[in-house]
Design a protein around this ligand. Structure first.
Ligand code: AOS
Ligand code: ZN
Ligand code: ZN
Length: 388
C-alpha cells in the first residue's frame, strides 16, 4: 500500500458511482442488437444485477432508472427490493424520444398538445421520485432539426424554458432538475440543448436546484472536457456526470477504455474544484454493453473510475502550485504526468483485501457462479431501449 496514503484511501472509501439500469439490458446499434444470455427480464432483475457490482467493489451503491423503460406497478416495492439487495434507487431519467408524438420535438414542440404531454411525463417522473426517494430528475432531450430552415430555433428555445419552468415548479424540496446536453444525434443539423452553455443558460434561469449534466461522450472531438468541468464547478452548476468513453461519436463504451488520460484530467479538475465526494455532484455511468457481458462490463467501469481517481489524488498539488507560480512549464507537467503514470492497481488490491473485498473483483465475480445462474434461469431478456 506504499503509494496510497491513509488520507487518499479514506477519500476513495467515500466514492460512490451510480449505475444505469439500462446498462444491464440488451443494447446495440441501429444495425443489430445482440441478445446476451442472462439479460434481465424486468427492473427487479436489473437491480439485482447492479447490486452484484456493488457487492464485489463497494463502489456502486445506487441505480438510476429510466421511465418508462423501468415502469413498475409499485415503486415502493421496487425500492424495498433495491434496499434488500444493498443498493438504493437514484436518478430518474425521463424519456421523450420513443413516442411517435415526439417526432418533431417534445418540450420544444410548437404544438401545445404535444408539449403538454411531454411536460406531464416529467410530472409523472417526479411522482415516481417521491416514491423511490430519488433526488434527481435527469432530462436529456433528443430534440432538434435536420435541415436549415426546418425550425425556428429561437422559438424552440423559448418554449424549452417555459416547459422547464413548469417542471421545475413541480419539484418538491430537495429534488433537483438536471439538464444534459449533447452536440448532435438524433438531430443532425441543430440540437436544442447542444452544449454546456445552453444547458447552463436554461438551468440558471430556473434556480438553484437546476443544474447541468455532463456526459463525457457528448462533445465534438478535440473538446477540452476538463475545462468545462472546471467552469461548471466554478459556477456551482455541475450537477452530475454521465461517464462513458468514445472513439467517434456517442459510443457509450466503458469509461476509461478509450482515453484513460482524459478521465484522469477530468477527475483532477473534479478534485481541484471540490466536486469529489460532494453531495452536489452525482457520478453516474451512462453506458451500453453491446457485445461484452454486462455485469463484468460495469465492474470494469467502476474500477476504472476508482483507479483514475486514485491516480488523480496522487498529484502533488502543492508542488504543482509552486511550479505553476514559477512558470516552470516542464516541472508542472512532470508533476501531473508522474501521478498519471503511477500504477495504483496493486495498492488498491491490497486495500480491498484489507476491507474484506476481493482483491480482484473481476475474477471474484467470474468465480461466483452468478453469471451461469442467470444464464440458466432467465430466458428472453429485455432490450435496454437503444437500437433496433
Ligand atoms: C443520450 O445520448 C444520453 O446520453 C442519455 O443520457 C441517455 O443515454 C439516455 O437517456 C438513454 O439511456
Ligand atoms: Zn447521457
Ligand atoms: Zn449519450
Amino acid at each position: 500500500m506504499s503509494t496510497l496514503s491513509p488520507e487518499i484511501l479514506s477519500t476513495l472509501e467515500a466514492q460512490g458511482i451510480e449505475l444505469p439500469s439500462w446498462a444491464f439490458g440488451n443494447s446495440g446499434t441501429r444495425f443489430r442488437v445482440f441478445a446476451t444470455p442472462g439479460t434481465p427480464r424486468d427492473p427487479y432483475e436489473k437491480i439485482a444485477d447492479a447490486a452484484q457490482v456493488h457487492r464485489f467493489t463497494a463502489l456502486a451503491p445506487s441505480v438510476a432508472l429510466h421511465i418508462p423503460w423501468d415502469k413498475v406497478e409499485d415503486y415502493a416495492d421496487l425500492r424495498r427490493h433495491a434496499e434488500d439487495q444493498g443498493v438504493t434507487l437514484g436518478t430518474i431519467n425521463s424519456n421523450t424520444f420513443q413516442d411517435e408524438d415526439y417526432k418533431f420535438g417534445a418540450l420544444t414542440h410548437h404544438d401545445e398538445r404535444v408539449r403538454r404531454k411531454a411536460i406531464e411525463h416529467h410530472f409523472e417522473c417526479i411522482d415516481i421520485m417521491d416514491e423511490t426517494g430519488s433526488r434527481d430528475l435527469k432530462i436529456w432531450l433528443a430534440e432538434g432539426s435536420n435541415y436549415p430552415g426546418q425550425n425556428d430555433m429561437r422559438g424552440r428555445q423559448d418554449r424549452l424554458q417555459d416547459s422547464l419552468q413548469q417542471i421545475y415548479a413541480h419539484l418538491t424540496d430537495g429534488q433537483r432538475l438536471v439538464l444534459e446536453y449533447k452536440f448532435f444525434e438524433p438531430a443532425f443539423y441543430h440540437t436544442d440543448v447542444p452544449d454546456w452553455g445552453t444547458s447552463y443558460a436554461q438551468v440558471a434561469a430556473l434556480g438553484d436546484r437546476a443544474v447541468v449534466c455532463l456526459d463525457t461522450g457528448h462533445h465534438a472531438p478535440g473538446t477540452n472536457i476538463e475545462f468545462i468541468v472546471m467552469q461548471l464547478l466554478r459556477l456551482g452548476k455541475l450537477g452530475s456526470f454521465d461517464f462513458n468513453s468514445r472513439f467517434y461519436a456517442d459510443d457509450d463504451l466503458i469509461v476509461g477504455a478509450a482515453d484513460p488520460f482524459q478521465l484522469f484530467r477530468i477527475i483532477f479538475e473534479v478534485i481541484r474544484g471540490g466536486g469529489l465526494n460532494s453531495p452536489d455532484v452525482a457520478f453516474m455511468l451512462d453506458q451500453c454493453h453491446n457485445i461484452e457481458k454486462k455485469i463484468p462490463g460495469q465492474i470494469r467501469s467502476v474500477l476504472n473510475v476508482q483507479e483514475m481517481t486514485a491516480r488523480a489524488l496522487l498529484v502533488d498539488r502543492e508542488a504543482l502550485a509552486v511550479a505553476q507560480a514559477e512558470n516552470d512549464v516542464l516541472a508542472a507537467n512532470a508533476i501531473f504526468m508522474d501521478a498519471f503514470y503511477t500504477d495504483v492497481r496493486p495498492a488498491l488490491a491490497d486495500w480491498r483485501e484489507a476491507r474484506g473485498l476481493p482483491r480482484d473483483p473481476m475474477a471474484a465475480f467470474g468465480a461466483s457462479g452468478y453469471q451461469e445462474k442467470i444464464e440458466a434461469e432467465r430466458v428472453g431478456g429485455v432490450q435496454a431501449g437503444w437500437g433496433a
